[in-house]
Design a protein around this ligand. Sequence first.
Ligand SMILES: [Zn+2]
Length: 193
Amino acid sequence: MSRELIDLAIERLREDFPNKSRSWVRRALIRFMKGTVREFNENTWVVKGLTELGDKYPTYVVRFKDGRYYCSCFESNWGLRRKSEICTHIAAVILYRNYRKLDSDVYASVVNIECTDYYLEIPSELRGRVRVVKSVRVVDATDRLNPRHRVTYVVYSSEPMELRAKLVCDGDIRELSLKLTRTRRYIVELLVR
Ligand SMILES: [Zn+2]
């Protein structure tokens, strides 16, 4: 496993659950690092119990249904207390999924510009298939009302493709021809941090 990907996977988990404690994150990480999570099918995972974390059962089943996660530990003795929480079995599954996603292939193209006003438009028929993320940094704030920005756009998709995009930079409109080539998902994340 790659340290950089693990850090990013934890970062995503913390963003999704900002109110969870450090110890919650640490327990999820222990479960993940010990390789206790196995994918059973698209919406079901089996998590091996760890006695050192207080588990009473050898395995727990985590399911994803109707937009939320359920764990078999909800049905145990502690069920009533735990039902309202997100247990660390679920957190370990989320870490596992974050990691797998970051480690997967995507097809991407990067556009770097420096402008005061900027906009990148993707043909509407590609919405849903193509995603655009950006990072923006101020490079010159001499004119406080109109600072200059350095903008990095990453256009990506789960499939290779060539597309036309419209780039607007300070009133200058350019038609771009973008070829999305294979890279890893975490590279996209690193580019727009
Ligand atoms: Zn659980």
